[in-house]
Design a protein around this ligand. Structure first.
Ligand code: ADP
Length: 836
């Protein structure tokens, strides 16, 4: 390789320290990338690849770098910014440069394009001796949590956090369901020492050693990339047991934050969300994904929602909240030392909104302990900071403190004097211009300013002879000549000095104010938390008011009574038929039958959604709802290809069923929609039967089971604790009309052919299907009457003498089987008799 230029040597030194990041090398107005980096950048950003001294180079303008960096981060790359650390000037050949910041998907700050409305966590993962230590941090705001969990709890925790990047020790496997870009760190980074160094001795260090070590890795990594960990809060232990379990399938099936079909935009979150601030949005999402288990805590929220829903000033409160800022992230920026004067203006605006918020909260018609706690936090806000900001900050400060004009007049007499002086000097220069114009008799003479020359006289060529002798020529351009004079020079010098001193003073005053704010970070953080909570509670109240939702009741009994329940999302998009559900203490299972499209699925989900809303502390779409407190909610809505990840639909379904059978307790709610579809009718039905029975007899949870295997409705005759419901339809002139009413009893027929007619199948096909159906029904009737004369059977569709499976079933004692054995048995049967 040819001899390296000093600059390229500088480049290679920097790159060697950050080998896994794309190095953006600041060169004048551009960030340049070289070698392989340049090839990646050119390819990923679709920009031109050029050559410099025979090696590849690609660059982006510094001013637009953010956009490009965002795109690289989205694709999972990291970017190291190697900036010029001094200003170019005469005589300087090689500028000092250094990496000031490494941007990674999990460490971006708001002004770097981070979305305001979702969490973006950086997670550290450590596994040792069957235990997992986790630490996660929202880098933008500095909020920090830790947990120590078992392997089987991992998915639970992870699937509800917005994780962008995962730090892990080299060579460790992190399960693929954990999202985010992987970053390997040496095991030595996972040391609790770093936690201790930053926060001193926390109880955590003793109680959760693995989590403490994970937290240590977060700190190491942020030191390396963000060059600051000052803004982090001490890590809070995460309480897994505080919230009910909602696994990934349940979150998806209930469309909590993502629609099942991408073209539909509507989710439970979108329906609920009436928040006015980004911090409120993020908190609402967290509440939604972590419904509570503690009745007292739920009632506290409901109390607050009720108090707000009864306020005349709900809208005004929203308006006041709207003018507050995203306090957690703003404080994060202040903590990291990246705040701008505009951030101070946002903080001032937030303070200005507080009196109105306090007034509304004080005037609520009803008391609620959560709101009272929030109110007192808001009242305890550091108002001296508010005062200081009012006195200090100009009405519209510049984005950059160096631009000047950020301090309000009257704040500092010294600064005012310097500004006055500067103004006088500018006046003097203006009058000098007038005087010289008269004296020289050059009517077009003017004084101008630019960065290179400073102040100068400018005149056109024909006036050259009139230029006084003491003027000095500075520059000759086409058509104009530029001069200076001793008097102008001395005025300009004085002005430059006054301005420089004013700027310096402004910056030091600015720094002092920031310092004061930093001193109040804990109180300001609490203020942010209180405002976010008020925002979320207000949002829940606004939703309740707007949609006519009611406060749910918890009685401590395992009874579900829902009167005129609705599906919160479906009711937004159609004329909705409300439905009731009553399951008393003894009823464990409701088998819901009915033709396709009759509304089974909507009904099932609406029950789960009502339970979930209630436990997050929200009102619910029902006239009346009395509910137990569930510990887990499971929802299976038929495995879809996307979810099964390479497994056959059947296998995926059975795996999920196995999870539920193993995990559900007496206090769980289980929603099964069309389980057993992925296999032949008989297997499907047999499995559905066995699973339903197990849930009733062994688990004792509340289960709603939608099926079009009508045979399952016989469970109600076989075992206690089962009721049949069906989604009613009416036949009219050969067509089926869906009433969308779920009522007790068994659905008469499946109306498959009629539903198919609605789907506009050719009439020939429909007629042939009808003929075949009649034949089958006749056959079934015959079989039944034969059977009635013979034995009583659980599964009515085999003739007893004809099948060895029946013999096996007879010998079997299901109550002695574990779920796994039952499954194995079923698989064996399936293999032997299942055919396909
Ligand atoms: P199934 O599960 O019985 O096949 P769905 O529950 O998917 O049927 O319902 C089919 C469609 O019927 C839904 O997409 C919805 O538009 C409509 N629907 C269901 N329940 C109701 C209801 N209670 N009120 C109004 N429309 C409903």
């Amino acid at each position: 390789m040819a001899e390296l230029t000093p600059m390229m040597r500088q480049y290679h030194e920097a790159k060697a320290r950050y080998p896994d990041a794309i190095l953006f090398f600041h060169l004048g107005d551009f960030y340049e990338t070289f070698f392989e980096d340049a090839e990646i950048v050119a390819r990923e950003l679709e920009i031109a690849l050029t050559q410099r001294d025979g090696h590849p180079m690609a660059g982006v303008p510094v001013r637009k770098a953010d956009v490009y960096i965002q795109r690289l981060l989205k694709k999972g790359f990291k970017v190291a910014l190697c900036d010029q650390l001094e200003r170019p000037g005469p005589g300087k050949k090689l500028l000092k440069r250094g990496v000031v910041r490494v941007l990674t998907p999990g460490t971006v700050l708001e002004e770097e394009g981070l979305e305001a409305e979702t969490d973006a966590f950086l997670l550290a993962f450590l596994r040792e001796g069957g235990c997992i230590g986790l630490a996660w941090c929202e880098v933008a705001s500095g909020e920090f949590w830790v947990a120590e969990i078992r392997e089987d709890e991992l998915e639970q925790v992870i699937s509800r956090l917005g994780i962008r990047e995962v730090l892990m020790p080299q060579g460790i496997e992190v399960p693929s369901f954990v999202p985010g870009v992987r970053t390997e760190l040496p095991l030595s980074a996972f040391s609790e020492r770093f936690l201790w160094e930053r926060f001193g001795s926390l109880p955590l260090l003793k109680e959760k050693p693995l989590a403490s070590r994970a937290a240590g890795a977060v700190l190491t990594y942020l030191r390396e990339t963000l060059h600051s960990v000052e803004h982090l809060t001490p890590p809070k232990p995460w309480g897994l047991v505080d919230s009910i379990e909602l696994d990934f399938f349940t979150q998806r099936g209930l469309e909590l934050t993502e629609p099942l079909r991408p073209e539909s935009k509507i989710t439970l979150f979108s329906v609920l969300d009436h928040t006015k601030t980004p911090m409120g949005k993020r908190l609402l999402r967290r509440w939604l994904l972590h419904p509570l288990r503690d009745r007292g805590a739920i009632e506290e929220r409901l109390e607050a929602v009720e108090a707000l829903a009864g306020s005349w000033e709900l809208e005004e409160l929203g308006e006041a909240l709207r003018s507050t800022c995203d306090l957690p992230r703003l404080l994060g920026r202040i903590g990291v030392g990246r705040a701008s004067p505009l951030d101070l203006a946002l903080l001032r605006r937030t303070f200005r909104a507080l009196p109105r918020i306090v007034e509304i909260l004080r005037n609520l018609p009803r008391r609620a302990s959560l709101l009272e706690a929030d109110l007192s936090t808001v009242e305890e806000a550091p108002l001296d900071i508010a005062d200081e900001l009012e006195r200090f900050l100009a009405d519209s400060p510049p984005p950059n403190p160096e631009d000047g004009g950020l301090v309000r007049e009257g704040y500092s007499p010294q600064l005012d004097a310097l500004r006055k002086k500067a103004a006088e000097l500018r006046g003097a220069i203006a009058s000098l211009e007038r005087r010289e114009r008269e004296r020289t008799g050059i009517p077009t003479l003017r004084v101008s300013y630019n960065q290179v020359l400073g102040y100068f006289f400018e005149l056109t060529k024909p006036h050259l002879p009139k230029v006084p002798a003491e003027w000095r020529r500075r520059q000759t351009l086409k058509g104009v000549e530029r001069f200076t004079s001793p008097e102008l020079e001395s005025l300009a010098d004085e002005l430059a000095q006054a301005e420089a001193r004013a700027k310096e003073l402004e910056l030091s005053l600015y720094e002092r104010v920031l310092e004061r704010i930093r001193g109040e970070l804990p109180r300001l953080r609490r203020l942010g938390e209180a405002l976010a909570e008020v925002d979320v509670l207000r949002s829940l109240a606004a939703a309740a008011q707007k949609y006519g939702w009611q406060r749910p009741r918890f009685t401590g009994s395992p009874r579900i009574i829902i009167r005129e329940g609705r599906h919160p999302m479906v009711e937004r998009i159609c004329d909705f038929v409300p439905n009731d559900l009553a399951m008393d203490e003894k009823i464990k299972l409701a088998v819901v039958t009915g033709p396709n499209m009759a509304g089974k699925s909507v009904f099932l989900r609406q029950v789960a959604l009502i339970a979930l809303l209630a436990q997050m502390g929200s009102f619910v779409p029902a006239k009346e709802a009395e509910l137990p407190i569930f510990d887990k909610i499971y929802t299976r809505v038929g495995a879809t290809d996307a979810l099964s990840g390479g497994l056959s639909t059947f296998m995926a379904e059975m795996r999920e069923a196995a999870t539920i059978l193993a995990g559900a307790t007496e206090r769980s709610l289980v929603i099964l929609d069309e389980l057993g579809r992925g296999t032949s009718t008989y297997d499907g039905m047999a499995l559905a039967w066995a699973i339903a029975r197990y849930l009733v007899e062994r688990v004792g949870c509340k289960t709603l089971f939608a099926t079009h295997y009508r045979e399952l409705t016989r469970l109600a005759e076989e075992i206690p604790g089962v009721v049949n419901l069906h989604a009613a339809v009416r036949e009219w002139k050969g067509e089926v009309i869906f009433l969308h009413r779920v009522i007790p009893g068994v659905s008469e027929r499946s109306y498959g052919v009629q539903v198919a007619r609605l789907a506009e199948l050719p009439e020939d096909v429909l007629r042939e299907a009808e003929r075949m159906l009649e034949h089958l029904e006749r056959e079934e009737k015959k079989a039944r009457s034969r059977q009635k004369k013979g034995h009583q059977l659980a599964l009515p569709f085999y003739t007893p003498e004809s099948h060895p499976l029946v013999e096996e079933l007879r010998k079997l004692s299901p109550e002695r089987l574990t779920p796994l054995e039952a499954l194995e048995l079923l698989f064996r049967w399936k293999e032997r008799w299942g055919g396909r």
